[in-house]
Design a protein around this ligand. Structure first.
Ligand SMILES: C[S@@+](CC[C@H](N)C(=O)[O-])C[C@H]1O[C@@H](n2cnc3c(N)ncnc32)[C@H](O)[C@@H]1O
Length: 213
C-alpha cells in the first residue's frame, strides 16, 4: 500500500490518507461507510464522473462483465447500469462499504478483497475495470496494476485515477515500463485535476485509460 503524502484533511478523509496498513484502511472505511456518500457529495467529489466519462469514450456499451475495483459504496455502479453496462462486479477491502453498495442493487457480485496481491479471478475474466479514488495516498500503489491487467481481456480497458504524488513517485515509470513490454497501451490521460474542490489542500490526480494488449 502507499503512504500518506502530507495532504491535510479532517475526519475520516484525513485518517484514511494517513493509514499505515490495509487493516487500518478497511476498518476506517467500515466506520465511514454510512456517511461517505453525503460527505463526498459535499466535497464535490469528481473521480466517479470523470472515470465514467472516460470509460464510455473507450469501451463499447454492453461490454461485460466489468469490475469496479475499490467500488466503495457503489457511486459508480449506480451510473454504469444506467449507461448500459449491464453486469458489474464490485471489489473492495471494506465489507462495510460494500454493504452500502449492496443496498443499491447495482452489482452482480460483491467481493471483499484487497488490491495489491493476487486476485482469485481467472485471466481475461473482465471486459474492463474501473477504479476511482483508489490509487492514492494510504491506499493502493502501482503494485495493484499487474493483477488488473491479468484479469482484463485483451482489447478491454482499465480506467483509473492516480494521485500526483504516486504518479511522480514511480507510477508514471511503471506505466511506461508496462507499455514498453507491450502489455498495455495508454489510450488517454487527463490533465491533473482536483478531485474534491470542496476540500482545500487536495493534491491533484489524473484520469488514465489503459488498453490491455
Ligand atoms: C476514496 S474511496 C473510493 C470508492 C469509490 N470508488 C468511489 O469513487 O466512491 C477508496 C476505496 O478504496 C478501497 N480500498 C482501499 N485500499 C484498498 C485495497 N488495497 N484493495 C481494495 N480496496 C481498497 C476503500 O475501502 C474505499 O472503498
Amino acid at each position: 500500500m502507499t503512504q500518506g503524502d502530507g495532504d491535510k484533511h479532517d475526519g475520516f478523509l484525513g485518517a484514511v490518507y494517513d493509514s499505515k496498513s490495509t487493516d487500518d484502511v478497511a476498518a476506517l472505511y467500515d466506520k465511514w461507510a454510512e456517511t461517505y456518500d453525503a460527505e463526498m457529495a459535499q466535497a464535490g467529489y469528481r473521480h466517479p464522473t470523470i472515470c465514467l466519462a472516460l470509460l464510455s469514450r473507450h469501451l463499447p456499451q454492453g461490454s461485460a462483465p466489468l469490475l469496479d475495483a475499490g467500488a466503495g459504496t457503489g457511486l459508480i455502479g449506480e451510473w454504469l447500469q444506467i449507461m448500459g453496462y449491464p453486469q458489474v462486479e464490485a471489489l473492495d477491502i471494506s465489507a462495510g462499504m460494500l454493504k452500502v453498495a449492496e443496498k443499491k442493487g447495482c452489482y452482480s457480485a460483491l467481493h471483499v478483497l484487497a488490491l495489491g496481491g493476487t486476485l482469485p479471478f481467472a485471466g481475461n475474466s473482465f471486459g474492463g475495470v474501473i477504479s476511482a479514488g483508489v490509487f492514492t495516498s494510504g491506499h493502493v500503489g502501482a503494485e495493484g496494476l499487474d493483477e488488473l491487467i491479468r484479469i482484463t481481456r485483451p482489447g478491454g480497458v482499465i480506467v483509473l485515477t492516480v494521485k500526483n504524488t504516486l504518479w511522480e513517485a514511480g507510477f508514471a515509470a511503471r506505466i511506461a515500463e508496462l507499455e514498453s513490454q507491450g502489455l498495455v497501451a495508454r489510450a488517454e490521460e487527463t490533465a491533473p485535476y482536483v478531485s474534491m474542490p470542496g476540500e482545500t489542500g487536495t493534491t491533484p490526480s489524473r484520469g488514465l485509460v489503459l488498453r490491455v494488449c
